[in-house]
Ligand binder design. Structure first.
Ligand code: SAH
Ligand code: SF4
Length: 358
């Protein structure tokens, strides 16, 4: 394997580290040591890997940087429960990662792309356009960053206990448009000899790339699937999510249904509540009709206002009326509490603001 400094150590699979060591004439057991430094001890530097000979650490460091994320902006919400980091990547692309702390949970919301090409009108990431796919290592590193930070604040907890309890791929980007890196990252996060994070505690959210939903169904993964629905008629959905022109509801919903039938897993439908747009009684009824009998849960999220979109979040009354229609149709639903509005914690919003203020 050639030295390839564009890939960080987090980008390498276990077998690739083994191959690298073999090529360098190093004992292969070192691969396990390196893996443990990366994913069990969460070493923040090569210097911390004290059971590796210094020349090997130097050689590894010259061939592969340990990580590629540099925190640029670090914000804590006024209530102290939401922390958002804007990371710079070596090519100056930027991504956002959010940590949401709850009483018993710590959820990391990670990005899968720098920017996004899907152009959803109400989304700050979509408004900013697409830069590039993240590598698997860049996805994994976001989670490990917060795991490390949380361990520092709770030093007495054993390293075998995860401080991060949930991971959602709902940051910047469309995960299924970066499918290979996404799957590599998911695999690495749940590797039993590494970070060993439970796949059932991970959720991937897609805008509705039907062929990828079909492919994901075949993976038989324990990772949860969420689909951004937001509208129950093609005309409205296409006006908000341009991808609906390519994969309209009549192909999207059957793909979701097949997913639940084949995997026997519940799907989550996300619905940003936008005043007067998709919070009408007619949309609620259309939604109930559309997903009748499908093993699912509807997640309602009041819109986070963004610079490039004029809509407002639905009022409490309208949300209550919408939910009443879903309840009547016996559709499980919940209202997600908005977190970190004061730190622009919505998808892609911090980068939008940071670039505006520069
Ligand atoms: N690209 C994927 C995952 C990232 S977006 C997807 O679209 O599903 C994560 C969720 O946030 C999606 O449901 C998305 O529609 C929603 N979202 C984006 N911008 C929003 C905003 N301004 N207010 C509320 N939800 C938003
Ligand atoms: Fe991309 Fe998701 Fe934003 Fe749409 S909502 S632009 S798919 S990140």
């Amino acid at each position: 394997m050639n030295a390839d400094s564009s890939r960080s150590l987090y980008d390498l699979k276990f077998a690739e580290i083994q191959a690298l060591l073999k090529e360098w004439g190093e004992p292969v057991f070192r691969a396990k040591q390196i893996w443990e430094w990366l994913y069990v001890q969460l070493a923040a530097s090569y210097d911390a890997m004290t059971n590796l000979p210094k020349p090997l650490r130097d050689r590894l460091g010259a061939a592969h940087p340990l990580g590629r994320l540099t925190p640029r902006i670090d914000l804590l919400s006024s209530d102290g429960w939401t922390r958002k980091i804007l990371f710079a990547l070596p090519d100056r692309a930027q991504i956002e990662t959010v940590l949401m702390e709850y009483d018993t949970r710590n959820t990391v919301c990670a990005s899968t792309q720098a920017g996004c090409a899907m152009g959803c009108t109400f989304c700050a990431t979509g408004q900013g356009g697409f830069q590039r796919n993240l590598t698997s290592g860049e996805i994994v590193e976001q989670v490990l960053f917060f795991e490390r930070e949380l361990r520092l604040t709770n030093p007495q907890s054993p390293t075998t206990n995860h401080q991060v309890t949930n991971v959602v791929l709902m940051g910047m980007g469309e995960p299924f448009a970066n499918y290979t890196a996404l799957l590599d990252a998911l695999k690495r996060l749940s590797d039993p000899i590494g970070y060993n994070f439970g796949a059932r505690r991970i959720t991937v959210s897609t805008v509705g790339l039907v062929p990828m939903i079909e492919r994901f169904t075949q993976e038989r993964s324990q990772v949860n699937l969420a689909v951004s629905l937001h509208a129950a008629t093609n005309e409205l959905r296409a006006s908000m999510l341009p991808i609906n022109r390519r994969y309209p509801l009549e192909v999207l919903i059957p793909a979701c249904r097949a997913y639940t039938e084949i995997t026997r897993r519940r799907i989550s439908f996300e619905w940003a509540m936008i005043e007067g747009v998709n919070d009408t009684p007619a949309q609620a009824r259309a939604l109930a009709q559309l997903i009748k009998g499908l093993l699912c849960h509807v997640n309602l999220i009041p819109l986070n206002p963004t610079h490039g979109y004029g809509g407002a979040a639905s009022t409490r009354e309208r949300i209550a009326a919408f939910r009443a229609t879903l309840d009547e149709a016996r559709l499980p639903n919940s209202l997600r509490v908005r977190r970190g509005i004061d730190i622009h914690a919505g998808c892609g919003q911090l980068r939008q603001v940071a670039n505006r203020e520069r």
